[in-house]
Write a protein that binds this ligand. Structure first.
Ligand code: PDD
Length: 278
């Protein structure tokens, strides 16, 4: 299966980047994961506008629109073109002698490829979570490939046979290591507001819109760690996570939250999400 590196489709083992690539050396690069439902791209504009925002935040000049035909091609060229898939897309500042400032001259490079994913059937699954301290930096709104903290955090739940790590910062839940977090208490839905502490999830945005359409009561307010034991429902959202019901939340050796069935509000949102992606 081929990858596209700077407009050229090639075998992954033949695709080469410089050892001085700033993405490789310094994590000076951004990424997106864009879903395709049965071959149809979903929320492309939203993903590209987040990429544009992140490029601006890291002062990187790059024409995002030019990526569109390559993104579409990535799935069209695959042998799962009519099934569910996702496109991984990365933009790096490119190669330059190592410096702690942004070099005046560098040719940004982009890499993209598609991979098959299972986007359907999430409503029959549930995840178990671990809670850990949010040790990430203070610009979680920038979708950088520097995911060392995220992977360190996710690895803790993986080692315990759990599915994702929920992050707590100064007594409140920010998000998951690679997903957005929602809590339901007394029929009110809570999720952390946008800002520097979370990634502005595209699925989060779509779910907020669905909640408004469904007339559900919604507050973009951080949910306190101390209230988790009193939450009625918890779910996570993300491009590959979809709308995932949470059945258990562990903290150290204690179980803080347990739910044998997805709650009624989670169900409603899952159904609306399935409709939206048809
Ligand atoms: N992760 N929060 C974080 C920290 C994330 O890494 C992600 C996505 C999300 C959900 O965002 P969206 O709904 O736009 O996918 C929230 C991607 C999918 C990944 O790392 O693979």
């Amino acid at each position: 299966k081929e990858v596209c590196l700077n407009r050229i489709w090639q075998k992954p083992e033949e695709a080469k980047i410089s050892v001085f690539d700033r993405g490789f050396m310094l994590g000076d690069s951004l990424y997106e994961v864009i879903p395709f439902y049965e071959g149809r791209v979903f929320a492309l504009e939203e993903h590209l506008s987040r990429l544009k925002y992140c490029l601006k935040e890291i002062s990187l000049d790059f024409d995002v629109e030019m990526l569109i035909p390559y993104i579409e091609d990535a799935v069209r060229r695959s042998d799962y073109a009519s099934n569910d898939a996702a496109v991984y897309l990365q933009v790096s500042r490119g190669a330059a002698p190592r410096s702690h400032f942004f070099p005046e001259k560098s040719e940004p490079i982009f890499l993209l490829y598609s991979f098959p994913v299972n986007l359907r059937g999430f409503e029959n699954k549930h995840w178990k979570l671990l809670i850990s301290e949010d040790i990430r930096w203070h610009r979680c709104d920038i979708k950088t490939t520097s995911y060392l903290a995220n992977t360190m955090l996710n690895d803790k739940s993986y080692k315990l046979g759990l599915d994702e790590t929920l992050l707590v910062k100064e007594g409140i839940i920010t998000e998951g290591s690679h997903s957005s977090a929602f809590f339901v208490q007394d029929e009110i839905i809570y999720t952390h507001p946008e800002g520097h502490q979370i990634l502005s999830g595209i699925t989060r945005k779509i779910v907020l819109d669905l909640c408004r359409n469904l007339g559900l009561e919604l507050r973009e307010e951080a949910f306190p760690f101390s209230e988790i034991a009193y939450a009625d429902e918890v779910f996570l959202t993300g491009t590959t996570t979809q709308v995932m019901a949470i059945s258990e939340i562990q903290f150290q050796d204690n179980i803080l939250f347990q739910s044998s069935e997805p709650g009624p509000i989670t169900r409603k949102i899952q159904e609306a999400f399935i409709q939206r992606t048809r």
